[in-house]
Write a protein that binds this ligand. Structure first.
Ligand code: 12T
Length: 338
């Protein structure tokens, strides 16, 4: 079996840690591996039976490497991704930097695998909240054509990175031990025992950038600009796993039973929907899992063709690292890596 030279940019961040786990778990065919970071340069990392030293990004970081898995934020990605691609390294970028660029495919392997065919060395991984929603909605769209989506998210702090996970822990401990909250650096407000209707920055239209990512990315991935999408994205004091309340209006009638059947046969989806047994998707159960979990599927009785559902997934896995590695596997399968 052919093996590939792989470079991970942002190798010690929350997504980087997951990249390393998933590459090993899935026995990704690796020849050379390189880990790049900024704050952790020089750190030695065990990777299978190798020990790899974290390096700083330099001019030659990508030369001789076939696949780049990037999760170092939009600013760094804007600086290096095109250059890496030009040097022959196919970049799969997890940041928001390139997602809406017309010459960059935005890919979820279960949804639009063939969009990788027109890549020019750079492929974008969608936003975590978008991925899990679209994995669940695509089979329903194919059957009944979705006209409009109304989504509210309940997003874990791990999406912001390791420093946010640490901050939630510190604040929870402070409050439980009846001390004043000692640290508030990551978010605009205390996150422990709270809910913040604010993810990423605010835009002139009153929405946050996270909300507009869900609107624009959903249309690009589905290849359908006629779908109306409106979103409210909320940070909740959960370490891992995003939850979403999703309402859809469809052109054709789709019953909850039909929706369950379609989703039970959909790739990457698990239906957990038995209210009598208190069974519905939960963030704590989705952690460490690859699939998107869907439940609470019920009719929207306020309109003629509408459904409500609850969609949960591990935001760092399917929402980030796993989806990117699946794109890399897809490129290999299609013979699109040199
Ligand atoms: N601000 O990939 O803070 O565009 O949870 C993902 C997650 C941006 C992104 C977050 C963010 C992205 C967050």
């Amino acid at each position: 079996m052919k093996k590939y030279n792989v470079v991970v940019l942002g190798a010690t961040g929350a997504v980087g840690i997951e990249f390393r786990k998933i590459l090993l778990e899935r026995k990704f065919p690796i020849d050379k591996i390189r880990f790049l970071g900024s704050s952790t340069v020089g750190k030695q990392i065990e990777f299978g039976d190798r020990t790899v030293t974290v390096e700083a990004v330099g001019d030659d970081s990508f030369k001789g490497y076939d696949i780049g898995l990037f999760s170092a934020g939009a600013a760094i990605s804007k600086q290096v991704a095109r250059r890496a691609a030009e040097s022959g390294c196919v970049v799969i970028d997890n940041s928001s930097a390139w997602r809406m660029e017309p010459d960059v495919p935005l890919v979820i392997p279960e949804v639009n695998p063939d969009d990788v065919d027109w890549n020019k060395g750079l492929i974008a991984n969608p936003n975590c909240s978008t991925i899990q929603m679209v994995v669940a909605l695509k089979p329903l769209h194919d059957y009944a054509k979705i006209k409009r989506i109304v989504v509210s998210t309940y997003q874990a702090v791990s999406g912001t990175g390791l420093k946010a996970i640490e901050e939630l822990g510190i604040q929870v401990k402070d409050i439980v031990q009846e001390r004043p909250v000692s640290q508030r650096r990551v978010y605009a407000h205390q996150i422990a025992f709270n809910a913040l209707p604010h993810i990423d920055v605010f835009l002139p239209n009153g929405y946050t950038k996270e909300e507009m990512k869900m609107v624009n990315e959903t249309r690009k991935i589905m290849g359908d600009d006629s779908i109306g999408v409106t979103a409210t994205t909320v940070r909740v004091p959960v370490y891992h796993g995003h939850s979403e309340s999703v309402n859809i209006e469809t052109e054709k009638k789709i019953t909850p039973e039909k929706a369950r059947e379609l989703l039970e046969n959909a790739p990457g989806v698990i239906v957990e929907d038995d209210p009598a047994q208190n069974l519905y998707p939960l963030a704590i159960n989705a952690v460490g899992r690859d699939e998107v979990f869907v439940g609470r599927i019920r009719e929207d009785e306020s309109i003629s063709n509408g459904l409500n559902m609850w969609i949960v997934s591990d935001n760092i896995r399917k929402g980030a690292a796993l989806n990117a590695v699946q794109i890399a596997e897809l490129l290999i399968k299609k013979g699109m890596v040199k």
